[in-house]
Design a protein around this ligand. Structure first.
Ligand code: HXC
Ligand code: NAP
Length: 289
């Protein structure tokens, strides 16, 4: 397995990239790699102290970082953050819609507010940034790139995370809608659907102790391992870079084959011992006669 950076040195040189949810987890890992490749970064989320800490860690890179707090749900915050970023850098080249909220719960236990909070962070947050920055790019004739982080249950749906599934499904539809509508302005819009990549934010809310004692999630995966953050960062950097200039409206799944493995009609026959197949074949062939 190779968990090192994949792109050429300078592949994102002087690109200005805005990462929502950029202070923690996958947003932080992807942002770090963008900086290694020569980018400047705007990282935003609600907690300024977390953003400041991450920005300090990124000091070793040549590029500049603007850590700026705000709520993706509030379009006034989004406007302020985009304006401050433009004041500092003069341009924004790429948007990574990565911020999210999620927790597991039987849907019948949810209040309307609990549903709202997830839909608002994930779907409204994504369209707030996409709309405001998209308008700016169109106005300035700037060829921007958007990358949205969804999940594989954006198309399968999933029990116990219905608000997140509904919101991510919406983000996927938005990705494809904008990819076709704004291609004429030179704007590309793609998505990544990651499988499980351990982060504190996700694991605290989706695999808390009582759940993880019921089953070993990692062992249930087809590759028997979680994703490595660098594997995701490599893909994200490629999809934001000029190397992916012909990619538009795409959603790339990076899940070690997890969703296909759980979806195929006969995939569970893996559990049948190899030695039983001779008997099964005899029975099946017998039926033909
Ligand atoms: C039921 C819950 C709940 C829970 C909160 N609520 N947690 N209901 N079960 N576990 C309800 C509250 O009671 C309240 O409704 C409403 O939701 C809003 O809760 P607040 O705490 O006021 O919201 P807020 O402070 O804005 O926090 C948002 C949050 C929180 C989403 C609830 O978890 C958060 O800040 N998350 C950000 C980070 C995150 O979630 N990362 C994971 C991303 S992983 P009432 O009606 O009672 O007032 C991911 C995909 C992973 O997205 C896929 C893995 C394979
Ligand atoms: P994470 O660390 O919890 O990331 C979520 C980020 O969003 C946090 O930095 C959080 O910061 C920010 N955020 C939440 N609400 C916000 C709001 N209202 N306004 C601004 N920022 C907000 O979890 P993660 O695992 O890295 O998730 C990153 C992305 O990957 C998400 O889109 C998630 O759905 C997706 N994903 C993750 C996995 C996985 O296995 N980890 C799998 C599939 C998809 P604050 O709390 O400080 O605001």
């Amino acid at each position: 397995m190779n968990f090192s950076g994949m792109l050429k040195e300078g592949a994102l040189k002087d690109k200005v990239i805005l990462v929502t949810g950029g202070g923690t987890g996958l947003g932080k890992s992807m942002g770090k790699y963008f900086m290694e490749l020569g980018a400047h970064l705007i990282i935003t989320s609600r907690r300024q102290e977390v953003l400041d800490e991450t920005a300090t860690e990124f000091n070793e890179y040549h590029g500049e970082v603007l850590p700026i707090s705000g709520d993706v749900r509030d379009h006034k915050d989004v406007k302020r953050i985009i304006e401050s970023s433009l004041d500092k850098f003069g341009k924004i080249d790429c948007l990574l819609n990565n911020a999210a909220g999620n927790f597991i719960s039987p849907t019948e236990r949810l209040t309307p507010k609990a549903f709202d909070v997830i839909i608002d962070i994930v779907l409204k947050g994504t369209y707030n940034y996409s709309l405001l920055l998209g308008k700016h790019w169109i106005d300035k004739k700037h060829p921007g790139v958007m990358l949205n982080i969804v999940t594989t249950y954006a198309w399968t749906g999933s029990s116990f995370v219905a608000p997140s599934a509904a919101a991510k499904g919406g983000v996927l539809a938005l990705t494809r809608s904008l990819a076709s509508e704004w291609v004429k302005y030179g704007i590309r819009c793609n998505a990544i659907a990651p499988g499980p990549f351990p982060t504190k934010g996700a694991w605290d809310r989706l695999f808390p102790k009582p759940i993880s004692t019921f089953f070993n999630f990692e062992k249930s995966l087809p590759m028997k391992r979680y994703g490595n953050h660098q594997e995701l960062a490599n893909l994200a950097a490629y999809m934001l870079s000029d190397y992916s200039g012909y990619m538009n409206g795409e959603v790339v799944t990076l899940d070690g084959g997890e969703w296909i493995y759980n979806a195929g009609e006969f995939n569970k026959l893996e559990k049948i011992p190899k030695t039983a197949w001779a008997l099964i074949e005899r029975v099946v062939r017998g039926k033909k006669k």
